[in-house]
Design a protein around this ligand. Structure first.
Ligand SMILES: Nc1ncnc2c1ncn2[C@@H]1O[C@H](COP(=O)(O)OP(=O)(O)OP(=O)(O)O)[C@@H](O)[C@H]1O
Length: 275
């Protein structure tokens, strides 16, 4: 991977889904090697924002630029959850699948079966601390080990931007901490943008916290200058606006948020929050 510095610019990103503004005029600049956590209530628009960055969703308006030119999907890799590994394949084979997208389709098909050059994949498994499990089938690995394999798979693509949507959602707190440390270390000078529900993890393991509510940026602070209580307080103030002062779109977003919270329980991992 090149050592050049990168800058990602999100300029006025807006996305409407089913008539509602889900991402509302988001502008952010993110530099190389920054670890950015996106936090916010359920239904706030975090995943949609990440999908706009990765190109999976097209904005209604606004742009995503890398070093001043439009970001291509090849410049973004996904650190998908470990649950997305192919169970019957080895850890090494799963990592090689991640590198297939940059090669011809037929090589992509056969390479995981007959690895031609596994050196780089082995190096990445080593970097995430599980090279000794390279030949183990994915379904014999622990949840934390699977997540490490998923990170190695993402890193093989050598993209300057890594996006991760709740990469440790189903891991216990201690394993979550470890795998975020692994990602931080292994990502090197890449930009990492992760959506996280757990604000403790965000504040502890990320450089910068971007809070999203109603599709808009509510705060953007260095992690070292914020606390979980401050983040929660900001969200409470946003959602405590009286219905009279909320716009119609904000009211609809709030209704969606409450509906999502009933399903996912946004505040479940933030002790002290009063519903
Ligand atoms: N394809 C879609 N069509 C219509 N509405 C959608 C679509 N995808 C997402 N939405 C809505 O957009 C809003 C934002 O969704 P999004 O998944 O971005 O929120 P989120 O902040 O990531 O939520 P969570 O934390 O629960 O994952 C939600 O109200 C959701 O129902």
């Amino acid at each position: 991977m090149s050592e050049r510095r990168h800058e990602l610019q999100l300029e006025g990103l807006t996305k409407t889904l089913d008539g509602d503004i889900v991402v509302d005029d988001v502008t952010l600049r993110i530099a190389s090697d920054e670890r950015v956590a996106i936090v916010g209530p359920s239904g706030a628009g975090k995943t949609t924002l990440l999908r706009l960055v990765s190109g999976a969703v097209t904005p209604d308006s606004g742009t995503v630029l890398l070093n001043g030119t439009r970001l291509t999907s090849a410049a973004v890799s996904h650190a998908y959850p470990g649950s997305t590994l192919v169970d019957r394949r080895t850890a090494l084979s799963n990592v090689l699948i991640g590198g297939s997208s940059s090669r011809s389709w037929w090589r992509g098909l056969i390479e995981p079966l007959v690895p031609r050059n596994p050196d780089r994949a082995l190096e990445l498994l080593d970097r995430v601390g599980i090279v000794d499990k390279a030949d183990a089938r994915a379904d014999t690995l622990s949840a934390g080990e699977r997540q490490r394999v998923a990170f190695a798979r993402a890193l093989l693509q050598d993209a300057p931007v890594i996006v991760a949507d709740e990469p440790t959602a189903n891991l216990d707190p201690s394993t979550s901490t470890t795998v975020h440390e692994v990602l931080d270390d292994a990502a090197g000078d890449r930009l990492v943008i992760a959506v996280l529900h757990d604000m403790d993890l965000a504040v502890t393991h990320y450089d910068r916290i971007v809070g999203i509510a109603n599709g808009a940026v509510q705060f953007d602070r260095p992690a070292e200058r914020t606390t979980v209580a401050e983040l929660e307080g900001t969200f409470d103030r946003v959602y405590a606006k009286s219905s009279a002062t909320r716009t119609a779109a904000e009211n609809r977003s709030l209704e969606r948020t409450h509906a999502s919270e009933r399903v996912t329980g946004f505040w479940y991992d933030t002790p002290g929050h009063q519903k």
